[in-house]
Design a protein around this ligand. Structure first.
Ligand code: S3P
Length: 196
């Protein structure tokens, strides 16, 4: 049984990688949606390299995201984010986890549409709040009312995230189960695409 399941997964992974070609898989969604951990699992299942855009920005700038916000401000961070993501997308196939604000850039969305399959990891506010509360590294949440900030960002961003090719719900369950759902959704999307 376990063997049948794992060979089924291997077949699914093989099909996804073949249909993906040189394109990337780009994860978008709010802070706390689980983009990096689900992305890492996806990459592992598919045998593709994983890159985290925030980590790449940090190594290119030799500074943390918080330091970039503090010293140069959000606008400069967004410029760097756009450039780094453009570079990462040029060299697919890869699984790329983006920071929560990256997909708000029309330029980045156009690049993603050209060179990737995009996947929105959608999560409800309470799940997101619970996850971001556990870590204090997000500069946008250094605010007297972080809950309100998250609520406002979510309202503004959801219609934009909804432009992604695929939506996968990121419930408060094991990341492994979410990554499996993402694989099934990717396979279905690429299958539909192949039929057209
Ligand atoms: C941001 C999300 C962060 C990081 C930066 C800004 C945002 O990434 O890029 O703090 O605008 O939502 P995560 O989504 O990985 O936390």
């Amino acid at each position: 049984m376990a063997r049948a399941k794992s060979s089924g997964n291997a077949e699914l992974a093989r099909r996804i990688v073949e249909r993906l070609g040189r394109r990337n898989i780009v994860l978008v969604g709010m802070m706390g949606a689980g983009k990096s951990s689900v992305g890492r699992r996806l990459a592992n299942a598919l045998g593709l390299p994983f890159v985290d855009a925030d980590a790449e920005i940090e190594s290119a700038a030799n500074m943390t995201v918080s330091e970039i916000f503090e010293i140069y401000g959000e606008e400069r961070f967004r410029d760097g984010e756009r450039r780094v993501i453009a570079r990462l997308l040029a060299d697919g196939p890869r699984v790329v986890a983006t920071g929560g604000g990256a997909f708000m850039s029309a330029e980045t969305r156009a690049r993603v549409a050209e060179s990737a399959v995009s996947l929105w990891l959608r999560a409800e506010l309470p799940v997101l709040l619970d996850r971001v509360r556990r870590r204090g590294k997000r500069p946008l949440l250094r605010h007297p009312q972080p809950e309100q900030v998250m609520r406002d960002l979510l309202a503004k961003r959801e219609p934009v995230y909804a432009q992604a090719d695929i939506v996968v719900d990121s419930w408060d369950t094991a990341q492994r189960a979410i990554a499996e759902q993402a694989l099934v959704a990717l396979d279905a999307h690429l299958g539909r695409e192949a039929e057209q």
